[in-house]
Design a protein around this ligand. Structure first.
Ligand SMILES: Cc1cc2nc3c(=O)[nH]c(=O)nc-3n(C[C@H](O)[C@H](O)[C@H](O)COP(=O)(O)OP(=O)(O)OC[C@H]3O[C@@H](n4cnc5c(N)ncnc54)[C@H](O)[C@@H]3O)c2cc1C
Length: 379
């Protein structure tokens, strides 16, 4: 690759580590900076089938994961439904997962520097990291508060962020993901049972998020699931949660720089899923760097991930409304056809764009089934 390299990559989470591995495998020199190699990134650790597919096989094999086939969803009015997955959500420790991704990058030949990047400047056609390391091409993969993104695209405003409070619960817990919606929160509580600990937390829009109120809800949620067990590893964290217009307003690439994963805002505004997008953005970025066509990165993202996330952002405006949640839980618990659609959607087999036409197609059958189940219950 004449003229390229070394590439600077700030942030060694899924996006940055996977980009480093792919570049190193393509014999493009790169330096990956990671600030916190021994810390688990606050996360549910849930790898959807889509995320598993995008994880390098060596990392999949080396990271202990717990496949979970059941998701229970509970509405604010306590109506529940279960999804029985045919392809599991695999729950991993983020510490182990990220370490394995970085190890794969190092084994492929990437240079990994364990240091927090403080400053990013542009000088004489180069990007200068911390006033001393010069790169002709720079990738920002440092999460929602990435210094590259802050310097080149600007910080994310609170309106485009979600806030969360979470804990870990040691031990092996029943193999079931629990999602709980509560009134007045455009977000949810979760319980993700991992291989040696469960991740529990609550997330909602950062603007107006009250940590105290969130913790009270979280404690009640925990008490209902695992009474008496004390959680540990408390964190308060943020994640991108872009509004519809923000996907258009925010640049993901410019002259000789690009942003990946959370740094590019590639997190699902409804579910908070981001690992699959981080890994996919790394694959697209690596290809764009290899071909020397950074514009293709922007257009490929736009055609795929961004198009989907923008659609999710539109749906979000209705999704957390009490009426929508009530109706959703009623239909999912009373109609096998609707439940199956939801399962396929959760497994990533139906896109956000196809969800609406698919739902309309199923509507008569679903309503008939819901009616039948309610009459059956009364009879
Ligand atoms: C509470 C919570 C729960 C979540 N649960 C899930 C889930 O279950 N499934 C899912 O798919 N997604 C989940 N997500 C989203 C997911 O965690 C992110 O989308 C994903 O981690 C993005 O990967 P990334 O590599 O872009 O960024 P990150 O994973 O944030 O990685 C960024 C890396 O950059 C490093 N870094 C940051 N600043 C610097 C610096 N200045 N210098 C050097 N290094 C730096 C950090 O230490 C970190 O390792 C969750 C998010 C949150 C907040």
């Amino acid at each position: 690759m004449g003229g390229i390299g070394p590439v600077g990559i700030v942030g060694g989470g899924p996006a940055g580590a996977e980009l480093a591995r792919r570049l190193a495998e393509a014999r493009i020199a790169c330096v990956l900076y990671e600030a916190a190699p021994y810390r688990a990134k606050p996360c549910g650790g849930g790898l959807t089938p889509r995320a598993m597919e995008r994880t390098p096989p060596s990392v999949r094999e080396a990271t202990p994961g717990r496949p979970v086939f059941q998701i229970t969803s509970r509405s604010p009015s306590d109506r529940t439904f279960d999804l029985r997955l045919s392809e599991p959500v695999t729950i991993v420790s983020r510490k182990a997962f990220d370490q394995q991704l970085r190890r794969a990058a190092e084994e492929a030949g990437a240079k990994v520097v364990y240091r927090r990047v403080r400053t990013v400047e542009q000088r004489d056609g180069f990007f200068i990291v911390d006033g001393r390391d010069a790169f002709s091409l720079l990738a920002g993969a440092g999460g929602f508060n990435c210094p590259v993104a802050r310097a080149l695209a600007g910080p994310l405003p609170a309106e485009d962020l979600a806030a969360s409070v979470g804990y870990y619960l040691e031990g092996e817990h029943p193999s079931r993901i629990v999602i709980r919606f509560v009134s007045g929160l455009a977000g949810y509580l979760w319980f993700f049972p991992g291989p040696s600990a469960a991740s529990v937390g609550i997330a909602g829009p950062a603007r107006g998020f009250s940590v105290r109120r969130a913790e009270t809800m979280l404690k009640n949620f925990l008490e209902s699931l695992v009474p008496g067990q004390a959680p540990n590893g408390r964190y308060v964290w943020a994640a991108p949660c872009l509004r519809t217009g923000a996907f258009d307003a925010r640049p993901v690439a410019g002259e000789n720089w690009l942003l990946l994963g959370d740094a590019a805002g590639l997190c699902n505004p409804i579910t908070g899923e981001g690992i699959a997008h981080a890994l996919e953005s790394a694959a697209l970025a690596a290809r764009a760097i290899q071909t020397g066509d950074l514009e293709s990165y922007r257009t490929e993202l736009e055609k795929g991930i961004v198009r989907e996330l923008r659609r999710a952002a539109v749906m979000k405006e209705e999704f957390f409304k009490p009426g929508f949640l009530r109706m959703g839980h009623l239909v999912m618990s009373g109609s096998a056809a609707a439940n199956d659609l939801c399962r396929r959607f959760a497994e990533g087999k139906i896109s956000y764009h196809d969800l609406k036409p698919e739902s309309y197609r199923l509507l008569p059958k679903a309503l008939f089934q819901v009616l039948g189940s309610r009459i059956g219950r009364r009879g």
